[in-house]
Design a protein around this ligand. Structure first.
Ligand SMILES: Nc1nc2c(ncn2[C@@H]2O[C@H](COP(=O)(O)OP(=O)(O)OP(=O)(O)O)[C@@H](O)[C@H]2O)c(=O)[nH]1
Ligand SMILES: [Zn+2]
Length: 213
């Protein structure tokens, strides 16, 4: 894991600071705690009552975990590759996925299906790395379309494959628990690259395997 640890001795967990790979910004635990405390006050709660005393720290740590993908380098996740000479589809289906809608900061969750056809060298990556890639991009403030494209583009960048197909199916709690209140509504997004873009037959074959239950 390419988590950048800064500050302190590097051995004191409390002093550990996470730095964002892309923006360079850090996860600021005291600031997150203060913000949650303010939010409790803003909604008319009393952050000093016993049940809420530890809540700001707890919620801040939860956000740190939920947004851990901001601090991990996607290209490092795909550093494990093998030259297997495999020339056909590799597909991992039904990867559980929890992400956070960047509009409302509530969860959208479901499954991701990630498939690719290796390039001429037949270079493949570890199957778990596909699930790690999903996790990494899911653990950021997101919209589902961008999440789907980012997973596909990382695979294109690192594996130079003949094609990539990513399908994400998710329920958005911002549509279920508030607002329009439609629990059970499901959103499907796809991102296809290479041969899955240029060949309707290849795309149909992969989609057939993905939707098969
Ligand atoms: N395209 C897309 N839209 C999303 C995603 N997550 C949330 N949204 C939508 O983002 C929109 C934000 O709309 P706004 O009108 O700014 O916010 P809002 O008043 O809270 O909207 P409602 O949810 O309709 O109450 C909503 O329509 C959400 O359903 C996503 O991953 N992709
Ligand atoms: Zn939302």
């Amino acid at each position: 894991m390419s988590v950048h640890q800064l500050g302190g001795s590097g051995t004191d967990a409390a002093a550990e600071v996470l730095r964002s790979i892309e923006s360079g910004r850090v996860f600021d635990q005291p600031r997150a705690e203060a913000a949650i405390r303010e939010l409790l006050i803003a909604v008319g709660e009393d952050p000093e009552r016993p049940g809420l005393l530890d809540t700001p720290g707890r919620v801040a740590r939860a956000y740190r975990e939920v947004f851990a993908g901001l601090y991990t380098d996607p290209d490092a996740v795909l550093d494990t590759t093998f030259d297997e000479g495999h020339q056909e589809l590799v597909l991992v289906r039904d990867i559980p996925m929890y992400s956070t809608c960047e509009h409302h900061l509530v969860s959208f969750h479901g499954v991701a299906h990630v498939g690719y056809i290796p390039g001429p060298t037949g270079r493949v990556t570890g199957l778990s790395k596909l699930a790690r890639l999903v996790d990494l991009y899911a653990k950021r403030p997101q919209v589902q379309e961008r999440l789907t494209s980012q997973i596909a583009d990382a695979l294109v960048r690192k594996l130079d494959p003949r094609g990539v197909i990513v399908v994400v199916e998710a329920e958005h709690l911002c549509m279920a628990m508030r607002g329009i209140r439609k629990p059970g509504a499901s959103t499907t997004t796809s991102a296809v690259r290479g041969i899955f873009q240029s060949s309707a037959a290849s795309r149909a074959e992969a989609l057939d395997l993905i939707v098969r239950r």
